[in-house]
Design a protein around this ligand. Sequence first.
Ligand code: FEO
Length: 171
Amino acid sequence: MMKARMNEALNRQINEEAFSSYLYLSMSAWFESQNLKGFANWMKVQAQEEAVHAKIFFNHIVERGGRVKLEAIAAPKTEWASPLEAFKDTLEHEKHITACIHGLMDLAVEEKDHAAAIALQWFVSEQVEEEANAEELLAKLEMIGDSKNGLFMLDKELAARVFRMPAGVTV
Ligand code: FEO
């Protein structure tokens, strides 16, 4: 059985992950409006991954006999000045999510909730990857600068991203 404090904190994280999904779907819509279909695809896959993250927390609460309570999802931003700005926002957002995950891990240790700590371990590693991906694409966009050709090439590269369910995860 999960303690109330951890249950509440994990419910808040479901909301953070749901908002992440909504934010990246909003970015996908903006990239579509800019006719950058590869970027739009990358963001759509990102949104799918975030929805899975929310479900992993959902399942963990249910399996532990806790109670899932869903809250309203805030409206995300809908316009960006450039692809560069969208990826700056992405990196900032992922840093925020990393801080949330680390806070949950601290709470799991404090509460001696070993099961939550093990579940959170996956998210600690995932956040390293999430930040690295955002940083890499941000660096590429900075390198490209105003080059339309460079943007076209990167758009083509990002069109290849496909959603894959993480190993060992069923939602
Ligand atoms: Fe669910 Fe992008 O972290």
